[in-house]
Design a protein around this ligand. Sequence first.
Ligand code: ADP
Length: 542
Amino acid sequence: MNANMMQQPLLISTLLNHAERHHGEQEIVSRRVEGDMHRQTYADLAQRARRMANALAAKGVSFGDRVATLAWNGYRHMELYYAVSGSGAVLHTLNPRLHADQVVWIADHAEDQVLFFDLSFLPLVEAIAPRVKTIKTFVAMTSREHMPASSTIPDLLCYEDLIDAHSPEFTWPLFDENTASSLCYTSGTTGNPKGALYSHRSTVLHTYASALPDSLDCSSRDTILPVVPMFHVNAWGLPYVACMVGAKLVFPGPWLDGKSLHELFESEGVTMSAGVPTVWQGLLAHVEANDLKFSTMKRTVIGGSTCPPAMMDAFEDKYGVQVIHVWGMTELSPMGALGKLKGKHVGLDAVQRRALQAKQGRSLYGIDMKIVDEHGGELPRDGRASGDLMVRGPWVIANYFRGEGGDPLVDGWFPTGDVATIDADGFMQITDRSKDVIKSGGEWIGSIDLENIAMAHPAVAMAACIGVKHPKWDERPLLVAVKKPGAEVTREELLAFFDGRIAKWWTPDDVAFVDSIPLGATGKMLKNRLRETFREHRLPTA
Ligand code: ADP
């Protein structure tokens, strides 16, 4: 029997309409590439997105066309999020941290038609413009007075000219909610990057689930500053969540160093932020060095790689900022699990609480997860058994863009490539990425645990643990560590620090001190690069 309820497609434009009608006066503040601060309201955003939708139509962008961006977090990027997807075209956020060759490869693969870019990326765009096959229209996201005096890009258009030239009268079209809305490529640490093509439906459902109290807990009383870039997995969905709940938004532009972020947190009364651990390291170092505090920040979302417990200690115990540990992937839109404690955990002592928070957390509604052994058999949820983490849900990809790499699913589940445990309360803990696992004498050693311990040492700024060849055990852990500026620690002292903190046989065999650890385009440590560097490393023989 069919129900009697309205059939209204879940479209991204409905988020914008809602924000305009119910939170029209709410602010969006941006630190601009041009160097100044810019302020507008949700009503301005909606009106300018409609003008841009008219401009896109005038430039021949039609339903399903890919419109690319190379841009920081800012109000114009936000306008494109809504103008492009709202009109039925597909927003393709390119990652400017990739090498020009990769950007060309991805833009060609996606068959992008138009490219919008921030002026900081002019040299990159000039380098790729003669090489990309399908991009016909290039738009600099700035106003007339900041347009480059000369450029090798033919017929370069100006964003504000397009806005000014078009009417704000535009009715967002209605179409099937399964229509593609945006496209984001995985960073492709192995092989070519692959595209995750999100739909309006998957995005809106992801937005509902992410905003909930046991998720990011966002409301109209919040001031959200997404540090996580809008060019990687839609800034974890925050541009959509902000419209859904009517939160004030603060965009940092290209200035992601500790000093700039802290100033913005304080001057705009930011209550919530989100980013990868490497960004927070810079912020904490600045705050510590200058004896500062956070007067309005209540919580920060940390994910993308493991949040070291030492970072949680600093945020929560020293500065009173709650850490929400999240786990996700490009293929999951990206939110999969969050480390929010349950009511039953209220009475836990600080150490027990921290141990739970260090896990990657519980599934949010919509994501189903399980761990399996090498034959695909489901493993118990006892917090001990570890296996390949599989997920499914309405915002998990079913296929990569253009069917690249074949069918990724196994019996309807998406294999995440992570190795994890799940406990009886549903808390999932990543022990490794399957390709980073260290196999010693046929047993697995979790590199993340080792890194967390090393990072808790006061002299260590960053640490990565990799497996290197060992004649007897196959592989043994090597700790690659970066010291904090001015701090001293010897190999022996650092190895002794593991005593009592981990099973003896998990203790790394050796330490290599380096000046820096290579990071990928999404801020993750490039362990494959380290494995390459230390391929011939000779471990001391005990
Ligand atoms: P890619 O590097 O391919 O772009 P993503 O940026 O989508 O991938 O990152 C997904 C991966 O990042 C996950 O599979 C997991 O290994 C890692 N990851 C994400 N969040 C966390 C977390 N909180 N703790 C540990 N690992 C994480």
